[in-house]
Write a protein that binds this ligand. Structure first.
Ligand SMILES: *Cc1c(COP(=O)(O)O)cnc(C)c1O
Length: 361
């Protein structure tokens, strides 16, 4: 396998690019290239092609517009102290992409091909990788149904695309995120698509995000569909709780029940927190545990985690049952320690004992 390369002949000038990368925001600028791979039932996977970033043209009857057969991933490339660039656990994204695809009746891209496309784009557009701690080049692989037709059936053609956008550090130490615990809407039920990273999950979540905003909250917290009391996730991030303080603290996160998205950041923090000497648990967390825990002071810190923001402190939680405050509204010490450790590993300033980094350059 190899990637066919067609370089852009109107790439961004280095002055312009330097300005963009110095103040990247998120999803504001895209790099000069993208990677495309076509799949069809009869031909299988085509040859990956790296080419100039450009709009695509699709027939209005293309299936994805009508039935939403789409999956995506999100991963980051980080600058290293030697000026090189490394990806963080891209193999885990490759595996999850294939699992998501299988759930949406899309083809499973071989792990090696996924990694090859990501490495090819990072190598080509490495000058777009910002340099400061917390900054990165965010990579967005995605795939969708491209068969033309309105019949409802799994597509016999798909297009995989990979794009990249330089990303600022999300973190705002002044503001812990405030959350609205939604008792009105459901994100995922057993047998549904909650474990798959698909656009449809997000489409269905936006009305709840709007309801959260109407309550003055930044994010939605989802509870389970059946008993309506188990805490699952926050928006597009997983949740962590800290019980107790100092070296004796326990760091725990809702268990994967089949409706949560198995975050790679979540998984990494299980190891990082344990390496730091904390007790670590994956367990069922109810909204009563949350309310009573913060009221009694047993729960000292809450944070959310995901590739985009890495670790974000969670402050007050609001719901139909009342408002509960965690700590004093400032990021807690264990939250910050875990965040800084994970970022240190990603940027190559803390030893990568789990072999999570994949050097690209
Ligand atoms: C992507 C995602 C996460 C976080 O996963 P990471 O692999 O850590 O980025 C959590 N929840 C949902 C719903 C997601 O889509």
């Amino acid at each position: 396998m190899s990637v066919k390369i067609t370089k852009s002949n109107k790439a961004t000038s280095s002055e312009e690019r330097t300005k963009m990368v110095a103040n990247p925001g998120f999803g504001k600028y895209y790099t000069d290239h993208m990677v495309a791979v076509e799949w069809s039932e009869t031909e299988g996977w085509g040859v990956p092609e790296l080419k100039p970033y450009a709009p695509i043209s699709l027939d209005p009857a293309t299936m994805v517009f009508h039935y939403g057969q789409e999956v995506f991933e999100g991963l980051k490339a980080y600058r290293q102290p030697d000026g090189g660039v490394a990806l963080f656990r891209p193999e885990a994204n490759a595996r999850r992409f294939a699992r998501s695809a299988a759930r949406l009746a899309l083809p499973e891209m071989p792990e090696e091909m996924f990694l090859e496309t990501v490495e090819a784009l990072v190598k080509q557009d490495f000058e777009w990788v910002p340099g400061k701690i917390g900054e990165s080049l965010y990579l967005r692989p995605f795939m969708f149904a491209t068969e033309v037709g309105l019949g409802v059936r799994p597509t016999d053609k798909a297009l995989y695309l990979l794009i990249a956008t330089p990303a600022a550090s999300y973190f705002n130490p002044e503001n812990a995120v405030t959350v609205w615990i939604s008792t009105e809407y459901v994100r995922a039920a057993i047998g549904g698509t909650g474990e798959a990273k698909c656009g449809g999950n997000y489409a269905a979540s936006l009305v709840a995000q709007k309801a959260a905003a109407a309550q003055g909250c930044d994010q939605v917290v989802w509870i389970d569909a059946k008993e309506r009391r188990w805490v699952e996730e926050m928006g597009g991030m997983n949740l962590y709780f800290v019980k107790g303080e100092g070296a004796e603290a326990t760091v725990f996160t809702p268990k994967l029940t089949g409706t949560l998205l198995a975050g790679i950041t979540r998984d990494s923090i299980l190891s990082v927190a344990s390496d730091l000497g904390y007790k670590v648990e994956e367990t069922m967390v109810s909204i009563d545990d949350w309310r009573d825990g913060v009221a009694s002071g047993l729960i000292t810190e809450i944070f959310a985690c995901g590739t985009a923001a890495v670790v974000t402190p969670v402050g007050s939680a609001k719901s139909a049952m009342g408002t509960w405050m965690t700590g004093d509204g400032n990021p807690g010490p264990i939250t910050m320690q875990i965040r800084n450790t994970l970022l240190g590993i990603q940027h190559g300033t803390i030893p990568d004992t789990h072999n999570w980094l994949r050097k690209v350059l």
